[in-house]
Design a protein around this ligand. Structure first.
Ligand code: AMP
Ligand code: ZN
Length: 114
């Protein structure tokens, strides 16, 4: 999609600190980290939000979670714990309309979220 910042990152047209990438997904450091480790995992395909995910995209969703798990293990978060978040829509605070999975870790987190 032309005017989408995350499509541009996936295409390499906007710089980002890439952590991992493959044919389906790209993972990169969040520009405004909310925890010592804060990484975005996105599909290469433009999918506006989790609402548009269904069984036809199960390969993308699975790869996003696998990628988050790989990074969590590499950063030692598998023992400590971590959080995976999909924000969807205005009340959840979604600001970028391209599906992204937040991987947050490296500090204790409270519940419920703000
Ligand atoms: P959300 O509020 O769930 O839509 O999350 C969007 C996230 O994308 C925020 O955590 C932003 O800091 C992050 N973000 C926005 N633009 C960029 C960018 N150019 N590079 C890396 N992260 C970004
Ligand atoms: Zn996009």
């Amino acid at each position: 999609m032309d005017d989408c910042i995350f499509c541009k990152i996936a295409a390499g047209d906007v710089p980002a600190s890439i952590v991992k990438q493959d044919d389906l997904v790209v993972a990169f450091e969040d520009i405004n980290p909310q925890a010592p480790i804060h990484i975005q995992i996105i599909p290469r395909k433009h999918i506006p939000s989790v609402l548009e995910l269904d069984s036809a995209q199960v390969d993308i969703l699975a790869r996003m979670v696998e990628t988050a798990n790989e990074i969590a293990r590499e950063r030692g978060l598998d023992e400590r714990g971590f959080r995976l978040v999909f924000n969807c829509g205005p009340e959840a605070g979604q600001t970028v309309p391209h599906l992204h999975l937040h991987l947050l870790g490296g500090r204790a987190m409270s519940w419920p979220p703000g």
